[in-house]
Design a protein around this ligand. Structure first.
Ligand SMILES: [Zn+2]
Length: 461
C-alpha cells in the first residue's frame, strides 16, 4: 500500500456506507422492575371496590439512550404506568442533569396509561380511596419511581455501544373511537366523525453484529383491555406486546410509547386473554417489520421542549362548596382542593403544558405531548408535516388531564372536559386549548429545524 489514494477512497466509501445505514450512532438500554407490592389500589377505574392482590404481568420502567456521531444524546424513558407527573419527571431530570450533564429537553418520559398499575403521586391518584395511609404509600411509591427512572437512565448511558437505527411503519386495528357511544347518548340523532389512527411506528436499534438491541414502537390506544373487574397488576396489551417482542428477539429491550390515544379504546376488551391476544398480535406485526426492510436513520439527534400555559374556564367558589360535600370521592376531593386554593388566595386558573420534539435522524421525528391527547392531534400534525416521518406521542412528561381538540371540545362529554374532576383540576380548558397546544408543538419542532409548511401557506391566504 504505497499510495494514499485507494485508502482515502476506501475510507470515504466506508464512511458513506456507515452514514447510509445509520451506523454512526451509539445506543444503550436500561430496565427496572417497578411492580408495587400487593395489596395495592390500582389507578384508572373509579369503579374498583378493593385493592389488587395479584400480579398478572410485572411492570417495568425502561430507558433507551441514543448518541449520534457528534456526541448529541437523547434518552427515551417509558413505563408501564397510568402516567407520569411533572413532579416526578422534573425531579428525575434535575438529578440526571447533575449526574450526566443532560439538559431537560434531552429526556423524554412516556407512560403506557395502563389502568392496571398503581396510583402516581401527586396528580394521578385515580383510585376510589382516600386515606392518609394510602396517600403516604402513593407518595413513597413516587419516590421509588424517581429512583428507578434515574437508575434506568444511568444504565442506558452506561451501556452505550455502536449501533445502527432504522425505522418503518405498520398498522394495528384493535383501537376504536370510544366517543361514539357516549355522543350517541349525549346528542342522539347527530352524526359525529369518529377518527382513529392505525399507524404503528417501529424503530429498530441494532448492534454492530446485526442483533436487535431495542425495538421502539407505539400505538394510539388506551391500555384498557383489562377492566375494573380483572383487578390485577398488569401492563395490559402494551405489556404483553413488549414481553412478546423481547421473547422474539432475545437480549433486546422493547420500549412502548402510547401515542394520541386519549379517545381510543381497544375492542374487544374485558379479559386477560384479550389483553394477551391484542398484545401478541401487535408484537407479531412489529416483529415482521423488524425482520424486513427498513429505512436507515442517519444524521443528527436534536431535541427541544416548549412550555405553555393552558387556561381553565373561569369558575366560582360557589360551584365547589356543594361539590366538597358530595358523596362522590372525586367530586369531594376536587371541591376541597379548589376551596383551599381560593382560600389561600391562589385559585387554579391554568396549568403548565410541555411539548417536546426529538429528531432521531434526518426525517424521523418524535413529537411528545403532555396529557391524554385525542387522536385529532396526530392526524393534524401528519397533515402539517407531510415530509416528515412523524411519531406523535401523548402522555409524555406530564399527564394533567385530557387534551381535547377543538372538535372534541365543541362536541362535549368526557374527554372534552368532564373528566377533569379525576385529575383534580378546576374544570374544562378554555376553547383555545388546541391552538395553545399546537403553537407549543410547532415551536418545539421549529427549534429543531422543522417548519410547518401548510401553516405558512394557510397564513398566506
Ligand atoms: Zn385515559
Amino acid at each position: 500500500m504505497s499510495s494514499g489514494r485507494p485508502i482515502k477512497t476506501l475510507l470515504f466509501a466506508l464512511l458513506a456506507t456507515a452514514a447510509l445505514f445509520g451506523q454512526d450512532f451509539r445506543a444503550g438500554v436500561g430496565r427496572a422492575l417497578i411492580t408495587p407490592s400487593t395489596p395495592v389500589w390500582l389507578a384508572g377505574f373509579a369503579a374498583r371496590t378493593k385493592p389488587a392482590e395479584s400480579i398478572g404481568l410485572d411492570l417495568y420502567a425502561k430507558a433507551l439512550a441514543l448518541e449520534d456521531g457528534r456526541g448529541n444524546r437523547v434518552i427515551i424513558v417509558s413505563a408501564d404506568l397510568l402516567g407520569v407527573t411533572r413532579e416526578i419527571t422534573e425531579e428525575v431530570a434535575r438529578r440526571v442533569a447533575q449526574r450526566h450533564g443532560l439538559r431537560r429537553e434531552q429526556i423524554l418520559f412516556n407512560a403506557s396509561h395502563t389502568h392496571s398499575g398503581p396510583e402516581v403521586w401527586p396528580g394521578l391518584r385515580v383510585a376510589p380511596v382516600e386515606s392518609a395511609e394510602n396517600n403516604a404509600r402513593v407518595k413513597e411509591y413516587g419516590r421509588f419511581l424517581m429512583d428507578q427512572f434515574e437508575a434506568v437512565i444511568g444504565q442506558a448511558i452506561g451501556s452505550l455501544q455502536p449501533a445502527s437505527m432504522s425505522y418503518s411503519f405498520t398498522q394495528a386495528r384493535f383501537a376504536t373511537n370510544r366517543r361514539k357511544e357516549q355522543l350517541a347518548e349525549l346528542r342522539p340523532g347527530e352524526i359525529f366523525p369518529a377518527p382513529v389512527d392505525p399507524r404503528v411506528p417501529v424503530v429498530r436499534v441494532s448492534g454492530r453484529d446485526g442483533s436487535v438491541r431495542a425495538v421502539l414502537f407505539g400505538y394510539a390506544c388506551h391500555n384498557t383491555v383489562l377492566t375494573a373487574d380483572t383487578n390485577e397488576i398488569s401492563g395490559d396489551y402494551a405489556g404483553y406486546a413488549q414481553k412478546a417482542l423481547e421473547n422474539e428477539f432475545p437480549g433486546s429491550t422493547a420500549v412502548f410509547l402510547i401515542l394520541c390515544g386519549g379517545d381510543q379504546r381497544p375492542a374487544p376488551r374485558g379479559s386477560r386473554e384479550l389483553a394477551i391476544k391484542h398484545g401478541e398480535a401487535l408484537a407479531a406485526d412489529v416483529a415482521k417489520v423488524v425482520r424486513g426492510e427498513m429505512a436507515a436513520s442517519s444524521g443528527e439527534l436534536k431535541c427541544a421542549i416548549r412550555e405553555t400555559q393552558l387556561r381553565f374556564q373561569t369558575h366560582t367558589r360557589e360551584s365547589y362548596v356543594a361539590e366538597a360535600q358530595s358523596s362522590d370521592l372525586f367530586a369531594a376531593r376536587r371541591g376541597r382542593t379548589m376551596l383551599e386554593a381560593i382560600a389561600g388566595g391562589q385559585p387554579i386558573r391554568s396549568t403548565q403544558y410541555p411539548a417536546q420534539a426529538m429528531a432521531l435522524g434526518r426525517d424521523l421525528v418524535l413529537l411528545a405531548l403532555g396529557g391524554e391527547v385525542v387522536v385529532d392531534y396526530s392526524l393534524r400534525f401528519a397533515r402539517e408535516y407531510p415530509d416528515l416521518k412523524l411519531i406523535v406521542a401523548g402522555y409524555s412528561n406530564d399527564v394533567m388531564g385530557y387534551i381535547p381538540s377543538q372538535r372534541v371540545w365543541m362536541e362535549g362529554g368526557y374527554e372534552a372536559g368532564d373528566a377533569m374532576m379525576y385529575f383534580n383540576q378546576p374544570g374544562w380548558f378554555t376553547p383555545d386549548v388546541e391552538d395553545k397546544v399546537t403553537e407549543a408543538a410547532h415551536g418545539a419542532l421549529k427549534d429543531i429545524g422543522f417548519s410547518c409548511h401548510t401553516c405558512e401557506s394557510r397564513k398566506g391566504k
